[in-house]
Design a protein around this ligand. Structure first.
Ligand code: MG
Ligand code: MG
Length: 246
């Protein structure tokens, strides 16, 4: 899973650098496809079709601009100066999965977007810090939620992180807000989970767009989505999708 996580991290780093005004979303996905393939990895996203989806997914990245929170499809849309783009990437190496997301500001960033992305990143770090042996998923969710609330942002309801390993999506559901179920799930060393806050400034209502995949805020407010795959270990949480500087 470390190997898969590194492919994800390197892909996200390259796509972040390529996400400039004028570039089409499809071109970012093409770049990611090349990196994943050349790393000897496969994509868990390409062709993925959960029960609710009308069509198999058409890329290796979810690309979710502005009011789209998650699951945006690579298409011919060109990035514009000031866009806020969530980039979600997965990779499979030797049958093991990695899954991570970043939210990038394209060109000149707006002040409100800086606040939103900072809050999402801090919420993610707080959730990761809480993922220690003996803690419950309620501890993780409460840590994520506390940061979101402090900054005055709203979660995307009904969505959260997940267990990850041989499959990209495994039990348990890892919520971003406290739930009763979360208190019943205790973490142990060796567990691997994806933690993924999805924050926005407006109300909590959302809608699925006509493509059957893209989830957008109902009021059109912008959203940020960040994610890491994390291993729970006796020496603390290990971020498997972190970019190692070398
Ligand atoms: Mg993801
Ligand atoms: Mg995920």
């Amino acid at each position: 899973m470390r190997a898969a996580g590194q492919v994800v991290a390197q892909t996200l780093q390259a796509v972040r650098a390529a996400a400039v005004p004028g570039v089409r979303l499809r071109e970012l996905d093409d770049l990611a496809q090349t990196i994943i393939r050349e790393a000897g990895a496969r994509s868990p996203f390409l062709g993925y079709q959960p029960s609710w989806a009308p069509t198999p997914f058409n890329g290796v990245l979810c690309l979710s601009p502005n009011e789209i929170v998650v699951h945006g499809k690579p298409n011919g849309r060109r990035l514009r100066d000031g866009d806020l783009l969530s980039i979600d990437c997965g990779a499979i190496v030797d049958g093991w999965n990695g899954d991570a997301a970043i939210t990038v500001r394209v060109g000149e960033a707006r002040y409100d977007d800086d606040r939103l992305v900072t809050a999402a990143e801090q919420a993610l770090q707080a959730g990761i810090a809480a993922a220690v042996p003996g803690a419950t998923l309620l501890d993780v969710a409460s840590a994520v939620d506390a940061v979101a609330r402090r900054h005055g942002f709203t979660h995307l309801p009904d969505h959260g992180g997940h267990g990850i390993g041989r499959e990209m999506h495994e039990p348990p559901f890892v919520p971003n807000e406290p739930t009763r179920d979360a208190a019943r799930h205790r973490l142990r060393a060796g567990n691997t989970i994806a933690i993924e806050p999805m924050l926005h400034a407006g109300g909590s209502r959302y809608r699925t767009k006509k493509d059957g995949w893209s989830i957008a805020t109902a009021d059109g407010k912008r959203a940020a989505h960040v994610e890491h795959t994390v291993a729970v270990t006796d020496t603390g949480p290990e971020i498997l999708t972190a970019t190692t500087s070398r």
